[in-house]
Design a protein around this ligand. Sequence first.
Ligand SMILES: Nc1nc2c(c(=O)[nH]1)N[C@H]1C(S)=C(S)[C@@H](COP(=O)(O)O)O[C@H]1N2
Ligand SMILES: [Mo]
Length: 234
Amino acid sequence: MLNNEVTTRLRRPTGADVSQQAAPPQPFGGSISVAKATSSEVLLAWAMNDQALPAAHGAPLRVVVPGWIGARSVKWLQRISAQAEPTDNYFQAEYSVLPPEADPEAAGPGDGITLGPVAIHCAILRPGKNDHLPSGPTEVSGFAFAGDDRTVARVDVSADHGSTWTSTDLDPPENPWTWQHWRAMVTLPPGEAELIARAWDSTAAVQAESPATVWNPRGYANNAAAHLHITCCP
Ligand SMILES: Nc1nc2c(c(=O)[nH]1)N[C@H]1C(S)=C(S)[C@@H](COP(=O)(O)O)O[C@H]1N2
Ligand SMILES: [Mo]
């Protein structure tokens, strides 16, 4: 896989939206490995939900790269090329995790970890942020997503700042490219509470406990555990 990534890449610039944010101004583009590009889940899409693809989502033609960061799903597609090296497009290097001491303005291609496959993450959907709830048992629910061709193996929740954790009831994966929903009954203490959810993927990778662990100069790939503050009436 690594060998494929460094030796053979697909390049996909477009002319439809020239970015003035890029240096120099240029069309949006990005690379994926040949292994991914030739997999059955990667699409060239002109329709969505049996309707014509809306312009905002890339009509007339876009790439869809399930399990990889959105930036590699190039919209308003104009060209695809097979080449030995990743594209030198500004956005290929921009979507990378730089080391803490790096200056993002001065960073060049190869200075960071180029983003492709999504890292394991999850979100709490219910209760909502700053909801007022009665203390006692309540259902907490959300989704988790593993990325690449991994699946979500388990999601745990804590209502006591991570001292104790409860496994949630996790829906099986329909396929690796969709969210998996989960839910659990937790007992909320009276007063202020912090709910935490953390997901594990099928390689036993787990989300970092805090955003400080995954901090990087450009702020990408923040897949720290989901935290939710709530207030419980006694
Ligand atoms: N041509 C082009 N394609 C693009 C982008 C862009 O700015 N220009 N943004 C990318 C990013 S960062 C994301 S997250 C997705 C968003 O796709 P959506 O608008 O269908 O949600 O498109 C990707 N493809
Ligand atoms: Mo994005």
